[in-house]
Design a protein around this ligand. Structure first.
Ligand SMILES: [Zn+2]
Length: 210
């Protein structure tokens, strides 16, 4: 049983788990009753495994071009930087509907190390969030890169001028098909009288604003 778990454990880049898997592997051949030698074999195996793991981990981190532990909460204000997730907030300034989408750059398939929003992605931004009802006209989104949290996020300012603000009925995050790394968008809509919040997903990309 331990033997069958070994490949999974070996894949996990953790010294503790690597040690476990090494021990499990060397214990399994029960037909070799050589208890005196076993501790030595275990120690060697564990050492080797650890070194290999450290190497694998290093190249993995490079390929990913930023460290992996940024998914565990955030320091300071704002939402956690979690790949696949994004935050969208909308509110009114007079007859203008304004919003901001904050998303890890990785969700757009972009390198967080380079921290540049490509022209191809910029071209997709005008259709990223759609407003239904209210006879609204979108203004060009304004995107910038924020590295101040130690992660790389895109901050995209959105705005619409609406001829009939009370007619606004829903928002839709339309970016899921174009950017498959987006898994969910936490959307919030706040007015003086209405508060709406919802998790948008590829199968449910809209939030009612009524
Ligand atoms: Zn990241």
């Amino acid at each position: 049983m331990l033997l069958s778990r070994t490949p999974v454990l070996a894949l996990m880049a953790s010294a503790g788990l690597a040690l476990l898997s090494a021990c499990g592997a060397s214990e399994t051949p029960a037909q070799q009753p050589a208890p005196a030698e076993e501790p030595e074999v275990q120690a060697e195996a564990a050492g080797e495994e650890h070194a290999e793991d450290a190497q694998a981990h290093e190249s993995e981190a490079k390929a990913d071009d930023h460290d992996h532990d940024h998914d565990h909460g955030s320091s300071g204000a704002g939402a956690a930087h979690v790949h696949g997730a994004a935050e969208l907030a909308l509110s009114w300034e007079g007859s203008k509907l304004t919003g901001e989408l904050i998303s890890p750059l990785a969700n757009f398939g972009l390198s967080e190390a380079e921290g540049v929003i490509s022209d191809a992605v910029l071209a997709e931004l005008p259709g990223l969030v759609m407003i239904t009802g209210g006879n609204c006209t979108a203004e060009p989104p304004v995107a910038k890169v924020d590295k101040s949290t130690g992660h790389t996020d895109a901050h995209i300012k959105l705005s619409w001028t609406c001829a009939n603000p009370p007619g606004v009925s829903s928002l839709t995050f339309s970016g899921f098909p174009a950017f498959s790394s987006f898994e969910r968008v936490n959307a919030i809509y706040l007015t003086d009288t209405v508060q709406k919040a919802g998790e948008l997903s590829p199968s449910s990309p809209s939030l009612s604003l009524k």
